[in-house]
Write a protein that binds this ligand. Structure first.
Ligand code: NZQ
Ligand code: ZN
Length: 381
């Protein structure tokens, strides 16, 4: 075990129908005026927006609505949200939606209290304050509901960059797993891939010997695989949707890396270039990158890959474990090759160049120069 500080301040309220508590939670925090941020139309169609509005009304909370957040949220839309938050002098941002809505809400919360352009915080400026963020989550995948990260795409520069700050952890996140029953099976698959990737980044890139954390990771992966298989057969499988939702939250809330020391996020570094340039779903990019990265990395940490194969799939070599994971991605209809999402091999140079910028920003530029990233991507052709 390495020394660590673990401080996760987000209050989680988990269960069916719990979104009706949002007004009372805002009241308890002394909030009287919010910016309610949502996506394209899923929360309108499901009636969730109306239920949340009713809860705000009951709590006597004034609300400005701001819809239209894209999957892979954009800087331009974020900037408009910042202007609205400032104009209406809101005291908090309430995100109702998936990871994209939560991330854009966090960015708006930072921008609302800043004189600088909000993008400055994505390219190095330290976040020192933000409006409080509250969330009602509708799609389990990113862990944004219980972490301090927000990822935004600057379409002009084609950079998909992030902020990571204790100031943007949500104050309260409401997780009603029933809200996720309507998530399409395609996105359910991408979400499973994303949650698995969140835990394997540390699992494979850390020093060996932190077995408790390994077991936590393996428990999350097994739960995600098991519940995804159940959901694929029965999208309304309540128990599976509930366990899947909590597993996805635990996969990126700081729990599994506590005590593992140094680790890195190479799969995410490469994937963010894919979704920055081609606007593909994050999890669909990861199901392409992850097997390729694993095939490239397996000789650098053979014992951990052998452990992964044994613990997750009950098989005996690292290579067979990678093959089994890739095959599972195929069975849930997640893409595993670049051409499956329409990206020709001739684009690899451009993707590698884009990813290299993020590698430098994340302090892994020496390990992952452009040529290495291209070498990994060639394993996904
Ligand atoms: O826009 P609406 O109409 O709401 O539709 C969304 C969207 O089209 C739909 N959806 C959401 N909840 C639904 C639903 N459809 C039916 N029923 C529901 N209950 O699903 C689509 C995808 O939503 P999105 O929020 O984009 O998905 P996700 O939660 O996977 O978020 C992806 C974004 O999060 C970033 C990704 O890069 C990507 O930009 N990430 C954020 C992280 C973080 N903050 O910690 C970490 C991750 O590694 C990731 O990078
Ligand atoms: Zn991710």
């Amino acid at each position: 075990m390495f020394d660590f500080t673990f401080h996760n301040p987000t209050k989680i309220i988990f269960g069916a129908g719990k979104e009706t508590l949002i007004g009372a939670e805002l009241n308890a925090a002394g909030i009287t005026r919010v910016l309610l941020v949502y996506g394209r139309n899923s929360v309108v169609k499901s009636g969730l927006l109306d239920r949340v509005m009713a809860s705000l009304k009951a709590g006597d909370i004034t609300c400005s609505q701001y819809g239209g957040v894209d999957s892979n949220p954009l800087l331009s839309h974020t900037r408009e949200g910042v202007a609205l938050a400032k104009r209406d002098k809101v005291e908090a941002v309430l995100a109702v939606g998936g990871g994209s809505v939560l991330d854009e809400s966090k960015a708006i919360a930072v921008g609302a209290l800043a004189d600088e352009d909000v993008w400055d915080f994505f390219v190095g400026k330290e976040v020192t304050r933000a409006l409080p963020v509250f969330t009602v989550l509708t799609l389990a995948a990113t862990g944004s509901e219980m972490n301090g990260n927000a990822v935004i795409t600057n379409a002009e520069t084609r950079q998909k960059y992030n902020i990571a700050s204790p100031h943007v952890y949500p104050k309260v996140s409401i997780l009603n797993p029933e809200l996720t029953h309507s998530v399409p099976l395609s996105y359910t698959a991408y979400s499973a891939v994303d949650a698995i990737c969140h835990v394997i980044e540390g699992y494979f890139t850390k020093e060996p010997g932190t077995h408790l954390q390994d077991r936590l990771v393996e428990g999350i992966i097994k739960t995600v695989i098991e519940t995804t298989d159940l959901i694929m057969d029965e999208p309304d499988h309540a128990k599976a949707r509930a366990s899947f939702m909590w597993a996805a939250t635990l996969a990126l809330n700081g729990l599994t890396p506590a005590g593992i020391g140094e680790y890195s996020f190479p799969n995410h570094m490469i994937e963010h270039a894919l979704s920055a340039i081609y606007n593909i779903p994050h999890g669909a990019g990861l199901s392409i990158v992850m097997p390729a990265w694993m095939k490239w990395y397996v000789t650098k940490n053979p014992s951990q890959f052998a452990r992964f194969a044994r613990e997750i799939f009950g098989i005996h070599t690292g290579e067979a474990g990678i093959e089994a994971l890739e095959q599972w991605f195929v069975t849930i209809n997640a893409p595993v090759r670049l051409h499956e999402v329409g990206i020709p091999a001739t684009e690899i140079g451009a993707i590698a160049e884009n990813a290299e910028g993020l590698a430098r920003q994340w302090g892994i530029g020496d390990l992952y120069p452009r040529e290495t990233i291209a070498e990994i991507l060639r394993l996904a052709v």
